[in-house]
Ligand binder design. Structure first.
Ligand code: G3I
Length: 349
């Protein structure tokens, strides 16, 4: 029976979805019903981020994370932990640490406590998130600055491996299709491997659009990472169908998106997608999954950044209050044309 995503791609890769707080806490039963039917892997969209789970030096908040892990166990799912070390959504108290060994110890406590708590339950950890700039150079984050370089990355991976030797450990980042950033990942992975760190995978976030990135750029990255001996996962897949301010203006206006709030040109599908836009989205997803299937031996998991369109962060970014349609299921949890095209890649053979 090849009538769901997870069954269709069972021999190829895992099919995951990021769960919102509402979904984890059980207030959105319809999304969870869909999840059980179509997906076999989950990622917490926000509830394991540092500011949520470790908001004060001596206080951890595990209530939602525990529910998340229990849900995954109950459904027999591959459970992802997201994310241990990230410059964003970091608790303010960590941002204030100025001393290198104090920060190293803080990372140690954080990782030991969280990875230890879910040892044997969380299958895969996004250990370090977004440590590179767009040109592949190291991001000068709080961790980088205070600890004096990229050594915090090695530190985090070593601790995670010790806290749960069986967990799969991933480096996760966005725009990893870009040649310059790809070179940065290759440099980082080699550096980690040379220092004897356990690294199982590279996570390509995959926040994409109808226009880009090109299939060729994505493919070149899959091959390059796989050649390093690690698995590739697509960890946060979505395809925005809305215009970006810089597309309309011909120039980047990365500041002041506020000026576009309420602008109907920026929100062309306030109710639902037009038929022609559905077809474009379907074609884009078809091309993407065709590529994934071509490289299925290198790919471990494909996770969507949300179960359905209503949940997507892209309704609020980079312009607030829009109606985006970036996933395979609409606001009523109904499968879109894109879903049919993706399944047809296998069922029509
Ligand atoms: O929960 C609060 C709510 O109490 C408050 O009233 C409201 C007002 O702003 O904010 C709510 O928190 C928001 C949270 O999402 C839950 O909706 C935060 O402001 C908002 O910043 C947060 O955005 C998340 C973003 O990461 C930043 O952490 C998105 O949901 C989430 O999809 C996004 O996910 C990231 C990945 O973790 C890493 N890769 C990029 C990806 C997309 O940005």
């Amino acid at each position: 029976k090849l009538n769901t995503l997870k069954d269709t791609f069972l021999q190829d890769f895992l099919i995951g979805a990021a769960l919102s707080n509402t979904q984890i806490t059980g207030a959105d039963k319809n999304a969870i019903n869909l999840l059980e039917k179509e997906f076999n892997s989950i990622t917490p969209e926000n509830d394991m981020k540092w500011e949520q789970i470790h908001p004060e030096k001596d206080s951890f908040y595990f209530e939602i994370a525990d529910k998340y892990v229990a849900l995954g166990q109950q459904e027999n799912m591959h459970i992802v932990g997201h994310t241990l070390v990230w410059h964003s959504q970091l608790a303010p108290w960590v941002q204030n640490i100025k001393d290198s060994s104090e920060l190293a110890n803080t990372i140690e406590t954080h990782i030991n406590k969280i990875v230890g708590r879910y040892k044997g339950k969380i299958t895969t950890w996004d250990v370090v998130n977004e440590a590179l700039n767009e040109d592949g150079t190291p991001r000068e984050s709080q961790f980088y600055k205070v600890m004096g370089g990229e050594n915090y990355i090695e530190h985090a991976f070593k601790l995670a491996a010790k806290a749960d030797p069986n967990a799969k450990l991933v480096y996760n980042d966005y725009n990893l299709w870009k040649p310059e950033k790809r070179a940065g990942v290759i440099r980082l992975v080699k550096q980690l491997q040379e220092s004897g760190v356990k690294l199982d995978g590279v996570g390509m976030q995959a926040h994409w659009s109808l226009e880009g990135p090109s299939i060729e750029d994505i493919e070149n990255s899959i091959i390059a990472y796989s050649n390093l001996g690690v698995k590739v996962s697509f960890t946060e897949l979505d395809v925005t169908v809305l215009p970006n301010p810089w597309d309309l203006n011909g120039a980047a206006v990365e500041q002041s998106y506020e000026q576009y709030e309420g602008d109907p040109k920026m929100n062309p599908y306030p109710e639902k997608l037009t038929d022609s836009a559905q077809v474009k989205l379907a074609k884009r997803y078809e091309d993407i999954f065709k590529l994934f299937l071509k490289h299925k031996d290198k790919i471990e998991r494909v996770t969507f950044w949300g179960v359905n369109d209503g949940q997507s962060w892209l309704n609020g970014w980079p312009i607030k209050g829009r109606t985006n349609h970036p996933l395979l299921f609409d606001r009523e949890n109904k499968a879109k044309q894109a879903y049919q095209n993706v399944l047809a890649l296998k069922t029509k053979k």
